[in-house]
Each structure stands twice: as structure tokens, then as C-alpha cells.
Write a protein that binds this ligand. Structure first.
Ligand code: OGA
Ligand code: NI
Length: 356
């Protein structure tokens, strides 16, 4: 075998530092999965744990002011942590454009893509292939990604990659009303009458759109697309293509539910920040993506986060009702830094906010 594929250090340099990504490896059409991507047994996905008859709730958002629909949304966030929405107001063509532009980005030459490489904050708002400490990066997921933080339309147009900036920006702006509707409904059940200027920074001050690309993988059963994790967001709104492969843990069980690609749908999930702020009422549930031996896959999550300077903790409106606080108050940037400082392992990160 060529030294590149057997030398873990060289391989990591090739994939991350030189910006070839996992796509660069997939393009070599190798038959054997390099060791750098071989997951230990306990992290591989046991397909026998999949509940093939079950679905996460599918909610029609046409009448999102309808108390029945509001109840469905809050119940789904409490009981499943995940749901799909249809008739959410974002045109199908806009969603198709986003996926096409994601393919365009990952199809760029390595020289073009490396302009956006994550290097300790040197690239403005944009990061392609963030690398972590060696401890975190011991085994890599079979995935490339580009993250774009939204600051303003002007910054997006200036700094986001040319091949996708308008498509992502248009989608980001169009999704704002869906995000606000979802958050308004969810916080109402927590005793907060409305989403407004006084609390927007707390619930949605920082939005980030990410392009995930999962190239065809040799020996997919040994790898992960993304290993089991929860998101550190308030909520995440995810667009996926028709390939499938996202699995969600059935709350408090060892079983998993597939999130089937439904044309025009978006998948919504509760993140750690909302679990903490709701004092555990809404559940930030683990999810994972399998690697695929036959198809490339694209997904595009929008992570709706608190501003980094916000302090998050169980909301006073929740505690006032007599609940004991399950989490302490933490600076959100500390939470995020903690999240990235360790190899993710299911829901371990949330322990950082525990212990009062
Ligand atoms: C994520 C994630 C799921 C997917 O990016 O946090 O969970 O389907 N993605 O790609
Ligand atoms: Ni996720």
C-alpha cells in the first residue's frame, strides 16, 4: 500500500491540513478504510438496534398558530427531541439550490477550498475542516464540512465562498421566520410570552449554517459519518438530501430511529442550550450518521445558538414554578469551548453545566 494510506500522521496532514478532505481520499477509490477512520467496536453502529417501524413526529406547519400544532411541537421537543416539519414556508427550489451549491463547494479544487481552512480564527466567519487536538482527532469521521457563521448579509457576501454564498444567504434569511415561529412556540410553554428584542440574543443570537458532505466510503460498517453526539445549539434545523442515514436515539433507550428523507421536509432538533434553559424539559437527543458505501450525501444544518456572550442556565420563568435547577449558569462561549475541547461522546458535554 502507498505510505500515505498507512501513515496516520501523513494521512491526517493530507486530509485536514492540506485541505483534501475525506473527499480527497474517497476520490482515490481505495478499497480499504485507513486506520485513521476505523472506529473502535463500541462506536460502530449496531443496525440491530434500529426500530424500523418507528418514525419521529412529522408536523405540518401550515397553521403554526393553531394551538393543536403548537402542542404537537412542544410535545415532540419534550418526548423525542427531534421532529420533521412540512409546509414550513421555505420553497423547495430554494432548498434544492442550497444542496446544489453545497455540491459545488465540495467539488471545488483543493486550492480553492483551502482558502477557507480553519486556522485559529484567521478566516472570517468561515471554516472548512476544523481540526482538533490529537486527542480529539484520534479517529476521524468520514465527513467534510464547511461552517459559515451569520453576522450580517454584507459579511456573508464578502466572506462566504462565492459558489454558495447567495444560495446559503437566501435560505438563511428565508428560514428566519420558521426559526422564530418554532422558538416562540417552544418558549411559550416555558412561561415566556414571546420572542422579542429582550431575549433574541439568548435564544438565537448566533446562527451558523454548515454544509456537511459525506463522500462514498470504503468499508462503511467500520466508519462513522458522524458519531453519536448532541448539538450544542438552542435548536437545529436540518436540510438533508434523498440519501438518508441520520439516526436518532429513541429517548432513554438503546434504540435508534431513522430520519427518512421526505421531499421538502426539514428536521428540527433540540440542542443542549435549550435543554439547559428549559431545565431538562426539552430534550437534546443524541444522533448519528452512518457512512455510506454507495452514495455521497449532503446535509445542511442551521445551528441556532445563543450569542457567545450570553449566560445560559435554567430560565427564571421555569424555576419560579418551583422546579429545582438541574444545571448551573454558564457562559455560553465556555460551554462551546468545552464542547470542542474533547472528543465528543454522546451527551457528555452537558455534564459541564451540571453539578450545583
Ligand atoms: C450535525 C449533524 C446530521 C446529518 O451536523 O450536527 O448531526 O444528517 N448532522 O448530517
Ligand atoms: Ni448534530
Amino acid at each position: 500500500m502507498e505510505p500515505l494510506l498507512t501513515n496516520t500522521h501523513k494521512l491526517k496532514t493530507f486530509v485536514i491540513d492540506e485541505g483534501h478532505g475525506v473527499k480527497g481520499l474517497s476520490d482515490l477509490k481505495i478499497n480499504t478504510l485507513p486506520e485513521l477512520f476505523i472506529q473502535p467496536l463500541e462506536k460502530r453502529f449496531d443496525m440491530s438496534k434500529v426500530l424500523s417501524e418507528e418514525l419521529i413526529p412529522i408536523i405540518d406547519m401550515s397553521n403554526s398558530e393553531d394551538p393543536e400544532v403548537m402542542k404537537l411541537i412542544c410535545d415532540a421537543a419534550e418526548n423525542h427531541g427531534f421532529f420533521q416539519v412540512v409546509n414550513h414556508g421555505i420553497p423547495l427550489s430554494m432548498m434544492e439550490d442550497v444542496k446544489d451549491s453545497a455540491h459545488k463547494f465540495f467539488g471545488l479544487s483543493v486550492e480553492e477550498k483551502t482558502k477557507y481552512l480553519f486556522k485559529d480564527g484567521t478566516t472570517k466567519n468561515v471554516e472548512y475542516l476544523r481540526s482538533f487536538t490529537p486527542e480529539v482527532d484520534k479517529v476521524l469521521d468520514w465527513k467534510d464540512h464547511l461552517g459559515c457563521a451569520y453576522v450580517s448579509d454584507d459579511e456573508a457576501i464578502e466572506f462566504w465562498p462565492h459558489v454558495c454564498r447567495y444560495q446559503l444567504l437566501e435560505y438563511m434569511n428565508k428560514s428566519e421566520s420558521l426559526i422564530k415561529r418554532l422558538l416562540s412556540v417552544l418558549i411559550k410553554r416555558l412561561g415566556i410570552p414571546k420572542l422579542d428584542k429582550t431575549n433574541q440574543q439568548l435564544f438565537m443570537g448566533l446562527r451558523r449554517i454548515t454544509l456537511n458532505y459525506y463522500p462514498i466510503c470504503p468499508q462503511p460498517e467500520l466508519a462513522t459519518g458522524v458519531g453519536s453526539h448532541s448539538d450544542f445549539s438552542t435548536v437545529t434545523v436540518l436540510l438533508q438530501d434523498e440519501v438518508g442515514g441520520l439516526y436518532v436515539r429513541k429517548f432513554e433507550t438503546d434504540n435508534w430511529i431513522h430520519v427518512p428523507p421526505i421531499k421538502g421536509s426539514l428536521t428540527v432538533n433540540v440542542g443542549d442550550a435549550l435543554q439547559i434553559m428549559s431545565n431538562g424539559r426539552y430534550k437534546s437527543v443524541e444522533h448519528r450518521v452512518v457512512a455510506n458505501g454507495h452514495n455521497d450525501r449532503i446535509s445542511v444544518p442551521i445551528f441556532v445558538n445563543p450569542s457567545l456572550s450570553e449566560v445560559i442556565g435554567p430560565l427564571p420563568q421555569v424555576i419560579k414554578r418551583g422546579e429545582k435547577a438541574l444545571y448551573k449558569q454558564v457562559l455560553y462561549s465556555d460551554y462551546v469551548n468545552h464542547f470542542f475541547s474533547k472528543a465528543y461522546n454522546g451527551k457528555d458535554a452537558i455534564d459541564f453545566a451540571k453539578g450545583i
